[in-house]
Design a protein around this ligand. Structure first.
Ligand code: GLU
Length: 278
């Protein structure tokens, strides 16, 4: 196993557990191949600029990618030994249950409902739900959401929250991924897209969307991003929590926020308090 100097000590402590984790994934027979027995298979989003985005050269960028890469490093895994796998919102619980991935870093909110099926480490970021609308339009308040053709993604917290808390009469269309909602917003098929402000601001800031979209600025509730784990894997949970704490403390977390979310207009907040597993 190749190790960076700074992670060698930590990695040796974790080596045993890591082998077990990686084998678990291999046993599932679907770790994507080149991760190998020393690698990790990590679920991320492929279509969320600033968070998890696949580019034309099959490279991955974004805040979730940087979080995952740092955590993997603390577990003794080099970036080249990470196998990325797309984890769309409705698939995440099943991917963890089936052993398709070792863990998931994909704008994955910690909720009690999900904790019936999976466990989380973190949180590592707190986002806020909002709406993305066409530039120049407005949605005055949460009541006005009832009059919209609204788009969201199946299996996300966003759709459910809107219906439960704000607009039970809303005409909600649910798609498999956010990029499909964005196409609908652009061509007029939908009036707004609802999800986390991180995701929405990332789309609005993309070069090809300049001047097209804006956030409505509604506060539809907080979303605590956790790293999704197989249920009750407390050993992995502790290790990942420790990695996140280190990332918060050594400045790498703030750097990752600034680099990935800064261009979309986010100021770097204080790091959140780790609550899972304690
Ligand atoms: N954070 C929310 C969730 O986990 C919405 C974003 C997403 O679909 O990933 O459901």
């Amino acid at each position: 196993m190749r190790l960076r100097k700074s992670t060698a000590a930590v990695a040796s402590v974790f080596a045993l557990a890591l082998t077990a984790t990686a084998c678990g994934s291999d046993d599932g027979g679907s770790d994507g191949g080149d991760g190998g027995s020393e690698g990790l298979t990590i679920g991320i989003k492929y279509d969320q600029p600033g968070l998890g985005l696949q580019n034309a050269d099959n490279e991955f960028t974004g805040f979730d990618v940087d979080i995952a890469t740092y955590v993997a490093g603390e577990l003794g895994v080099e970036p080249e030994d990470i196998t990325w796998k797309q984890a769309q919102s409705p698939e995440r619980e099943n991917m963890l249950k089936n052993g398709d991935v070792d863990f998931i870093v994909a704008t994955y909110s910690i909720t009690d409902e999900r904790k019936q099926e999976v466990s989380f480490a973190g949180p590592y970021f707190v986002a806020q739900q909002d709406l993305l609308i066409r530039a120049g339009e407005s949605v005055e308040n949460t009541d006005a959401i009832n009059d919209l053709n609204l788009c969201s993604v199946a299996g996300s917290t966003s759709a459910q929250k809107i219906q439960d808390n704000f607009a039970e009469d809303v005409n909600l269309q649910e798609f498999g991924g956010y990029s499909e909602c964005l196409t609908g917003l652009e061509n007029g098929a939908v009036d707004a897209l609802t999800t986390d402000n991180t995701i929405l601001a990332g789309y609005a800031a993309q070069a090809e969307h300049q001047g097209k979209f804006e956030l409505a600025g509604l506060d539809l509730g907080l979303e605590n991003y956790g790293i999704g784990l197989p249920k009750d894997d407390t050993e992995l949970q502790e290790k990942i929590n420790a990695a996140l704490e280190k990332m918060f403390e050594d400045g790498a977390w703030a750097e990752a926020v600034e680099k990935n979310l800064g261009p979309a207009g986010f100021e770097t907040p204080d790091a959140p308090e780790i609550t899972e597993g304690s």
